[in-house]
Design a protein around this ligand. Structure first.
Ligand code: DQA
Length: 140
């Protein structure tokens, strides 16, 4: 099974960015844990700070991968185009947010991604990625 993990802007700074909200762990380290937890899954990891690159990646993996775990970060709240890309592709997308976006500023309550995704997980920290992967495995 092939699962793509796509992270949006500023998630390359996990571990040093607002650690009270996002925790102390760099994503690459957590990815190692995910690979150990799911040895039979082939993972593709992509991170970009650029909206169009995230869309290119969704289009690239969206017809050949079995599932996508997507944290569009700040673009969640602004990007109609990322929502359109999710609607266009075949692979199921699970939206993940590390923080509870509904318990923060009002602008974070709007998601252009939730309505196009198979499901959304927020507020459970990095564990949300693991839960999303488990769902994708169970629903192949
Ligand atoms: C985030 C929440 C977004 O509102 C924010 O812009 C991020 C990270 C999260 O994982 O909690 O960059 O997607």
């Amino acid at each position: 099974m092939k699962i793509a993990i796509i992270n949006g802007p500023n998630l390359n700074l996990l571990g040093k960015r607002e650690t009270d909200i996002y925790g102390n762990q760099p994503f690459e380290k957590y990815l190692g844990e995910l690979k150990a937890l799911f040895p039979s899954v082939l993972f593709d990891y992509f991170q970009s700070n650029i909206e169009g690159e995230l869309i290119d990646e969704l289009q690239k993996v969206g017809y050949t991968y079995d599932g996508i775990v997507l944290n569009p970060a700040g673009y969640t709240h602004t990007s109609v185009a990322i929502g359109d890309a999710i609607a266009a592709i075949k692979a199921p997308v699970i939206e993940v947010h590390i923080s509870n976006v509904h318990a923060r500023e009002d602008f974070r309550k709007l998601s252009h991604v939730s309505g196009k995704s198979a499901g959304s997980i927020f507020g459970l920290g990095l564990k949300g990625y693991e839960l999303a992967i488990r769902w994708l495995i169970d629903h192949q």
